[in-house]
Write a protein that binds this ligand. Structure first.
Ligand SMILES: C[S@@+](CC[C@H](N)C(=O)[O-])C[C@H]1O[C@@H](n2cnc3c(N)ncnc32)[C@H](O)[C@@H]1O
Length: 261
């Protein structure tokens, strides 16, 4: 039976010298510090939705005239770095991502038209091989005063000489999935969209990393599709939302009688 083949192990540990991390958990910590505890080539796939750094009207400690108060620690969470700061921080993140991904493993990186150029450079500088630009068509446009945005983009790349093959040979590079209307945050992605990436790029029991979990969409999609996950989220409120969603979905599973861990 399908459920019996599900080999996600709740308390399995990833060893890294003397440090161990449990999988199927989200950690409330900075992803660079968190990823350092992961062993080299220990994850099968990466799906991330980093801060886009495009909220240029918001305040930051790097905008001396701004009226808003923000601590040094918060500046990057709020999408408001200088371009150089963003690139140098992203480079540190992607260096770790490259180290922990298995050869051939896929990396999905959400981006918008503004930060796509930087994201491509950062992928390349960190030895990922770019494969395609995927389009998420949200089926309806969002807020705006010029062209109203109906799309988001996802760069897909891989590590090593050759990518793992996709699990389907008839997948277009455009994904039509309705945007969310009453979500926890405007950046929350539909579980259905992430599930499609999970199914295409991994097998049951594989380990998926999302180092910017926010509300935990990647964790939920992975678990729904019987994959393991591990993730990090620096913001306490977002982390708590991810824990709430994970436990609610668990309850939902029980109510439905599904034997899914
Ligand atoms: C665009 S959101 C991800 C949204 C997510 N895909 C979802 O569906 O809910 C990016 C998240 O990255 C988190 N973040 C920013 N810097 C981080 C860091 N250094 N380490 C871990 N998380 C970080 C932010 O707090 C935010 O929750």
């Amino acid at each position: 039976m399908e459920t019996e083949q599900y080999n996600v192990q709740e308390n399995e540990k990833i060893e890294h010298s003397d440090v161990q991390l449990e999988i199927n958990k989200i950690y409330n910590e900075d992803c660079i510090i968190g990823m350092e505890k992961l062993k080299e080539e220990s994850v099968d796939c990466i799906i991330i939705d980093p801060p886009f750094n495009s909220e240029t009207k918001m305040a930051s400690p790097f905008r001396p005239n701004s009226k808003a108060r923000m601590s040094e620690e918060e500046w990057f969470i709020y999408n408001n770095m200088s371009s150089r700061g963003y690139i140098s921080w992203m480079n540190r993140v992607f260096k770790e991502l490259n180290r922990v991904l298995k050869k051939g493993g896929h990396i999905y990186v959400f981006c918008n038209w503004r930060n796509m150029r930087n994201t491509m450079d950062i992928l390349e500088a960190n030895f990922f091989v770019q494969k395609d630009l995927l389009v998420w068509d949200k089926e309806h446009f969002g807020v705006g005063f010029f062209y109203r945005p109906q799309t988001e983009f996802i760069l897909i790349a891989y590590k090593g000489m050759k990518p793992r093959p996709l699990n389907s040979k008839s997948q277009a590079n455009i994904f039509r999935v309705k945007r969310l209307y009453r979500a926890y945050s405007i950046v929350q992605k539909p579980v259905e969209l992430i599930e499609r990436f999970v199914e295409l790029s991994t097998d049951e029991g594989d380990l998926i990393l999302d180092c910017f979990m926010c509300s935990g969409t990647t964790a939920i999609a992975s678990r729904n599709k019987r994959r393991n996950f591990i993730g990090f989220e620096i913001n306490k409120e977002n982390f708590e939302e991810s824990q709430k969603r994970l436990s609610q979905e668990r309850l939902g599973d029980a109510l439905l009688g599904a034997n899914v861990k």
